[in-house]
Design a protein around this ligand. Sequence first.
Ligand code: ZN
Ligand code: MN
Length: 511
Amino acid sequence: MKLIPIIGLEIHTQLNTKSKMFCSCRNSFDIETPNKNICEICLGHPGTLPVANEKAIQYTLKAGLALNCKIHYQSKFDRKNYFYPDLPKGYQISQYDLPLCYDGYLDIEGDRIGIIRIHLEEDTAKLLHTQDKTASLIDFNRSGSPLMELVTHPDLTSAKQTKEFCQEIQRIFRYLGISTANMEKGQMRCEANISLQEYGKYKKENGKITAIDNYILNPKIELKNINSFKAIEHAIEYEINRQTKILKEGKKLIQETRGWDDSKGITFHQREKESANDYRYFPEPDIPPLNISKQMVEKLRAEIGELPIEKRKRFIQEYKFSQTNAKILSNDKATAAFTEAVLSEFKGWLETQEELQTVEDEDQYLEKINKKIAKLVGGWITSELFKLMKQNNTTIEKIKITPENFAELLTLIYTRKVNSTTAQLVLKEMFESGKDPSHIIDEKDLKQIDNEEDIGETVEKVIAKCQEQVKQYKEGKENVLMYLVGQVMKESKGKANPEKAQKILKNKLRS
Ligand code: ZN
Ligand code: MN
């Protein structure tokens, strides 16, 4: 029995508009004081009238266009009726049969994942439960915030692919600037539905799974409270294993909603799925139908710009970055912009070099050294600069280092005016003060020592000090040499040219 995982997603995303979906309350996600940003409208008082937020509509359209969706130019809002304490009106304003966007897709490494719809609705209030569990409190700050819901076809087939899909969606939404989409903060909430079906015994048409002959489809399990990308992958993996085990034992699964317990790493039964929800949808009578103009859609389309997948591809093709570095450097717009600015500065400098002017075919020459540059630039950003950012808990938008100064440091490394130990010191200083590297090198007397006489003196000192290691080296333990080079570097406070130090050491040890 070969079982195939069939996975679909529902992703709710909070849009970062200034005001809420249907009122002028501030749409803010990090408020400590409960029930601060509220009004009669988002509290659902009778007699109030909602007015749709145009920016939220535009953001949703942008998401749809970026995900290859079609647009319902004639759209509307509907009431989704259900009772829950976090929903004061007794209904949620949502969209039913005319979602703003429909029938799109996103390609994940060659697999096309269909998107059924993207619609706009309002978020609910937040329920908080007291420690002793005797009472629940309601915070309406989130009530009425614009919430975008994306529903995929059941086209995903593994835990890893599902996680990658969600990550790509997050990147796209962030590129578009429509949401911070932080999963840990609940700004992006993913729910998965998953079933396992026997290979060859079902077919998929228009995103619908149907049984062939008298095969009976296994039920779909819904997964909730997934709060991180890691949790998406783990929860789905867990479910695939759990369902496989039950089915292979010849037992039956029930249609249910399961929660993910992150600390235990298991899913648990929450409730049996009610037979077809009756939300008694009907058109929202208080909001006029939406007429989306072609002109506005085209304007939004033009604003989209390069998306993360395209940028990643270009970073590989144009700049010769490795797959891994291209992914890291294009992960967010700010890092990508910084990288491109550094590259442009660096190449600008390179073009002024004599080395280049004597080259006959400049393009060919650049092509040849592009890889070398990519390695240098990519390496120093992703390892050294990111390390400093992480240590200081900051982001690339906030750092004091300009791309010009960063490129200048790289040229110093490229031309071997500083070795990498010194360069790390200089970078740290640049990070702290924002000064340019040549200033720092002068100020801190960090210029590389290239003078062979000076290095020779230091080498003599090290030889005198490390008699034991010198003896070992002379007895044939060649790798002791690197230790001695290290000592020369230490003695010169990292300033000696390491290649020259090694050469001089070898010479002196031979004699
Ligand atoms: Zn309000
Ligand atoms: Mn929803």
